[in-house]
Design a protein around this ligand. Structure first.
Ligand code: PNS
Length: 167
């Protein structure tokens, strides 16, 4: 059975992430989306909140599981005997960091291979930080994140429950 790991901080999950996850699900028997810590980021949402956002967004995708892991990605790959790590690439500036991460993970656990999927053109500009910024100013984010979670993200970041319009 082929198993792919889609790791990330997912703070919060965006439609760009969901696109990569669903494309990985078409390529592998099983996909594990794992919420991890990025030491360079101070998350706005707790691990439990981020996990729940993903759970609610992937429930229709067969073969996709959600998990959390407080440790190194290479160790998680070894634990799950993963076939590959799948990461999305939006622009060339993503590449340097992603390449370093792929080589580091491979040197920590030689079986860890990383596959890069180019971002869908529609989501090339999209990131969790863009979503947080828009939400904090009270603008509608329902075209950037799965509809099921948009109101809860908005409620936490701008203190208002907004269904699809904000302002
Ligand atoms: O969504 P992000 O923030 O780009 O995801 C980065 C993440 C969480 C995958 C990365 O920081 C990570 O793998 N963290 C776990 C700790 C680890 O293995 N660090 C070494 C990677 S070089």
């Amino acid at each position: 059975m082929s198993l792919a790991i889609c790791p990330g901080s997912f703070d919060p999950l965006t439609l760009g992430h969901l696109d990569i996850i669903s494309r990985a699900a078409n390529m592998f028997d099983h996909v594990v989306v794992v919420v991890m810590a990025n030491s360079g980021k101070n998350p706005a949402f707790t691990v439990q909140e981020r996990y729940a956002f993903i759970q609610r967004s992937v429930c229709d995708l067969p073969g996709v599981e959600v998990d959390t892991y407080d440790g190194l990605l290479a160790d998680y790959c070894a634990l799950r005997d993963a076939t590959a790590v799948v990461r999305g690439l939006r622009v060339m500036s993503d590449f340097e960091y992603e390449f370093q991460m792929a080589l580091t993970n491979n040197s920590l656990h030689a079986k860890t291979e990383t596959i890069f999927l180019p971002a869908n053109r529609e989501y090339m500009f999209l990131s969790s930080s863009v979503v947080r910024e828009i939400a904090r100013y009270g603008r509608d984010i329902s075209t950037f994140v799965p509809r099921a979670i948009a109101a809860d993200i908005q409620a936490k970041l701008c203190g208002k429950e907004i269904k699809h319009e904000c302002g």
